[in-house]
Design a protein around this ligand. Structure first.
Ligand code: SF4
Length: 279
């Protein structure tokens, strides 16, 4: 059994909070370049150019890509042969978030749901844990902005609704979302599982690098069909019209109950932030 001190987890989470907020991934930069090749709207092209410039400034000046530095969503894959020592795992993650957001001058966005009083340190983080074989620990930090998160949905379709029902839900929801999630977006779709699993599948789908194919060829075709339909809506960059409403549609799917067809949609804005480390 391998031992890992939880203080190392705090240090890593703090670093990843800052890196995620300062450095837009290469996949997103390449997606913007591909979008520039296809966008015909002058306003849309101007916005895409500004997104590139904004990302370059954020990286070079260690400044947030967006003022909404998000709730800290953390995915942990914990090796079942790993022994955590030195303290409570959840507290270690929250300590890392607290430090990363303070030292990185990142906006604290958590608040009481009713009074709206700010919690002051961007905790509690949203933590998802999965046990995996081995003795390692994978940490993914994915800050998620409120504007795009508000454009989320879970719907329990009838089994007979099938693929056509899923497509109708996704395209119609993106149409209704309009410019609210700060397009161009990546549309995460979770299909199957149950109510809460479908939502987590949709969020996990957003972690795949934009531009990489779905490992399931059937889902790859569905993603391409959905993206084509979404980009015919004309919403465009920042909702001001154009061809490029979304960079990509990402789907994750798993089996569900014979009576159900859960579908979740979680939209990611152009500030698609996630960084990871393996300890
Ligand atoms: S949705 Fe994204 S780009 Fe828009 S304000 Fe929120 S974090 Fe920023």
């Amino acid at each position: 059994m391998r031992e890992l001190d939880t203080s190392l987890i705090s240090d890593t989470v703090a670093r990843l909070c800052m890196e995620a907020n300062y450095e837009l991934g290469r996949d997103m930069l390449e997606a913007i370049d591909r979008a520039l090749d296809r966008e015909e709207s002058p306003t849309g092209r101007s916005i895409l150019e500004q997104l590139k410039e904004n990302a370059a400034i954020a990286r070079s000046e260690s400044a947030p890509i967006c003022q909404d530095t998000g709730l800290a969503v953390i995915f942990l894959e914990i090796g079942q042969e790993l022994v955590l020592v030195g303290g409570d795992l959840e507290e270690a993650v929250n300590a890392g978030v607290r430090r990363g957001y303070e030292e990185g001058y990142l906006r604290k966005s958590t608040c009481h749901p009713f009074t709206r009083a700010n919690c002051g340190d961007n905790t509690p983080a949203i933590i998802h844990c999965r046990l995996v074989p081995g003795d390692g620990l994978k940490i993914v930090v994915a800050p998620k902005g409120g504007g795009s998160e508000n454009m989320s949905k879970v719907v329990m379709l009838k089994p007979a609704d099938g693929i056509a029902g899923v497509k109708q839900q996704v395209v119609e929801w993106v149409r209704q979302a309009g410019g609210n999630p700060c397009p161009p977006t990546t549309v995460g779709v979770g299909i199957g599982g149950n109510f809460e699993r479908s939502a987590i599948l949709a969020k996990e789908a957003l972690l795949r690098e934009v531009g990489t194919p779905n490992p399931d060829p059937e889902l790859q075709v569905l993603e391409e069909e959905l993206l084509a339909e979404i980009n015919r809506l004309g919403i465009g960059p920042q909702g001001l019209g154009g061809r490029i409403t979304s960079f990509a549609v990402h789907i994750k799917m798993q089996p569900c109950h014979i009576a159900s067809l859960p579908v979740a949609i979680n939209i990611q804005c152009h500030a698609a932030r996630h960084k990871e480390a393996i300890l």
